[in-house]
Write a protein that binds this ligand. Structure first.
Ligand code: PRX
Length: 642
């Protein structure tokens, strides 16, 4: 399908960039990056303006932007707005129960952030210290992030759906001595025992100086005297002023753990100046944000989308950002549109998995709510299939609201490929064109650079301000993961097609990273959880197409000698993965098999396992190098019974 849809005319006229602007700005961003980004850096208030703009190399890998600039991102997101918009809403909070929530002005946000920052200081947090944030989607989660940025601490947000083991691993890797959490959270009416999960994580052994606990639900929790502090109690005792720490542009801002194709999740490290400029600039152009508008990104702050487009991008632009604690189907499938109607949301940004799940419920839950406030729709996290795109455009946006399909990654800090609302026609299923400063290249099987319309592995040549700078504590892993496949290029891990109009169509990961409902998981992580179970001898995990989640988790499992597969064991393995990693990593299909297909040198042939999981037996490729080629028929027979 190569259908083109033009954005509605009134929007084009009022947009921040039209087609001619885009062409000129894009060309200049590549030909004169220093000039271009010096200007865009003007969106940020600097304590000392940078004189050096781009200074990077991909071989050896060393990336710096705005290197001699000094700034504080919390000041840019909060204090800077006090003069002109102290009474304007910064965060609109919608709780898990409809209508439960509050609105927080920039003035009130300032007071909260100062209080939280002083609480952190009172616990001993100093510039450069890592603070782990494990919170529900409530304003205090954003406040904690901003408080860290204010005092120069490095936040490491761990998604509230992760298990104690996962929290523990991240605390250890970051050598974080401080945790901010809440007594509990609620999602879809269900209690999430956040404090209890932190207690369980810390019981696995960690050197912790303090845990700051936000009282959100008032539920019963355990308390460790001397270690745990109530935010509302400590907050009473602290001063009501807290200066913003002057930060060098290249000082770390945050670590965010994300899954790769091998090993444990890695700590993606972002620094202050480049990330600030990137999120502020992309937010301005991609969402075409106008003062006074209400912006709602449904992502949790536990993911990069929440960092960049619930907190930093919107607040750096003085926007009103909606924080939603709940889920799309609670109390019913009209929840998103109920919130849109009540809060008069103008710009709405969500993931294809949510769109597909809502689409299945038909138009009724959407059309019963007034969506006339909506002006722009966005999609992020995974490829959006053209059917879901159409439904979003036709039913949700009534063909009035341009849809921006934004491709990016935790590593890129912000949006990289998208159409711009006033500049480009849209093509359902295509992310669109590169954002300013983004220079994509498609690379063929032999490492050759492909030109024109082509399909290949998506690389980026040249740095952009929002690029991650390192893997926390392991720069070599950073170099190895992203820059060793193709010398001198950043390899994204995605496959992609470029059409004759220069539009990019992301086809999905080409490595062993799964994208489950827009959540990123490594097959290696799930395998390691499975083999951690006493009954399991070996496991191989692959993705397979799933109607709602985009990809499902397919696990091939061989059992220890003498152990028989049973439905109970299957249930037990599922529960085991959920507690080891998270419910989002729960296997969709477990396929018990006597053996895994291996080459004679003992390497599992994942290509074959992927094809069988996809029910595609026609193109298994060469199976003659297998140690036991007859195993393929056994696996196919077993697959057909699933
Ligand atoms: O495969 C791409 C997919 O999500 C991956 C990045 O995942 P993560 O770091 O968790 O960040 C998700 C939110 C930015 C990418 O390598 N992806 C993300 N957005 C899109 C996408 N695939 C297709 N289209 C998108 N719009």
């Amino acid at each position: 399908m190569n259908e083109r849809i033009s954005p509605p005319q009134p929007l084009v006229a009022a947009s921040h960039a039209n087609a001619a602007d885009y062409e000129a700005m894009y060309r200049r961003s590549l030909s004169d990056p220093d000039g271009f980004w010096r200007e865009q850096a003007g969106r940020i208030g600097w304590i000392r303006e940078p004189t050096r703009i781009a200074d990077w190399s991909f071989d050896p890998v060393d990336i710096k932007w705005f290197e001699d600039g000094v700034l504080n991102l919390c000041w840019n997101c909060v204090d800077r707005h006090l003069e002109s918009r102290a009474d304007q809403t910064a965060f609109l909070f919608e709780g898990d129960e409809p209508g439960e929530g509050r609105s927080i002005s920039y003035g009130a946000l300032y007071r909260e952030v100062v209080r939280m920052a002083n609480c952190l200081k009172a616990m001993g947090v100093a510039k450069g210290d890592r603070v782990t944030i494990y919170m529900p989607m409530i304003p205090e989660a954003a406040v904690a992030m901003l408080a860290c940025a204010r005092i120069g601490a490095v936040h490491s947000v761990v998604f509230g759906g992760f298990s104690p083991d996962a929290i523990h691993g991240r605390i250890e890797d970051a050598a974080s001595r401080f945790v901010v959490t809440a007594d509990g959270g609620k999602r879809g009416g269900k209690l999430v025992p956040l404090k209890a999960n932190v207690d369980a994580a810390l019981a696995r052994g960690a050197e912790i100086d303090g845990v700051l606990v936000v009282r959100h639900l008032g539920c019963d929790i355990q308390w460790v005297e001397g270690r745990d502090h109530w935010y509302h109690e400590l907050g009473e005792t602290v001063p009501d002023e807290c200066p913003c720490e002057p930060m060098n542009a290249e000082d770390p801002l945050f670590i965010l753990y994300t899954s790769g194709s091998t090993g444990k999740p890695k700590g993606v490290l972002h620094t202050t100046g480049g990330y600030a400029v990137w999120t502020a600039t992309t937010f301005h152009y991609v969402f075409d944000y106008k003062p006074g508008e209400i912006f709602w990104c449904t992502a949790d702050v536990g993911w990069v989308t929440g960092h960049s487009y619930v907190v930093y991008g919107p607040l750096a632009n003085g926007a009103t950002s909606l924080i939603f604690e709940g889920v799309p189907n609670y109390p019913d499938f009209s929840r998103f549109w109920d919130v849109v109607e009540r809060q008069r949301v103008n710009i709405f940004y969500t993931a294809p998995t949510a769109i597909r799940a809502l689409m299945r419920e038909g138009e009724g839950p959407v059309t019963k709510h007034d969506r006339s406030s909506l002006r722009l729709l966005g999609s992020v996290g995974e490829p959006i299939n053209p059917e879901a795109w159409r439904w979003y455009w036709d039913v949700v946006g009534e063909q009035r609201c341009p849809v921006v399909d934004t491709w990016w990654q935790t590593e890129t800090g912000g949006i990289m490929i998208t159409t711009l609302p006033g500049a480009h026609d849209m093509k359902p299923g295509s992310a669109g064109r590169p954002f300013f400063g983004v220079d994509p290249q498609l690379v063929g099987p032999d490492g050759e650079v492909l030109s024109g319309a082509a399909s290949g592995n998506l690389c980026l040549v040249g740095s952009w301000p929002g690029q991650m700078r390192s893997v926390y504590g392991d720069h070599q892993r950073f170099v190895q993961t992203y820059f060793s496949t193709y010398a001198g290029k950043y390899f994204t891990g995605d496959g992609c097609r470029r059409d004759e109009d220069g539009y990019y169509w992301i086809t999905g990961r080409v490595d062993d990273v799964l994208n489950i409902s827009g959540h990123r998981l490594g097959t290696a992580e799930i395998e390691s959880a499975l083999v951690g179970h006493a009954a399991v001898a070996e496991a191989a995990v692959v993705g397979y197409p799933h109607d709602i989640k985009g990809q499902g988790i397919y696990c091939y499992v061989t059992l220890m000698e003498g152990i028989e597969p049973t439905p109970e064991l299957e249930k037990d393995l599922r529960a085991h993965v959920r507690t080891e990693i998270s419910p989002i990593a729960s296997p969709d299909l477990i396929h018990f098999t006597p053996a895994l297909p291996k080459t004679r040198s003992g390497k599992i042939m994942r290509r074959i396992l992927r094809k069988i999981a996809e029910n595609d037996y026609s193109s298994l490729g060469d199976t003659s190098t297998l140690a036991d080629p007859s195993l393929v028929d056994v696996l196919i027979d077993e697959r057909k019974k699933k």
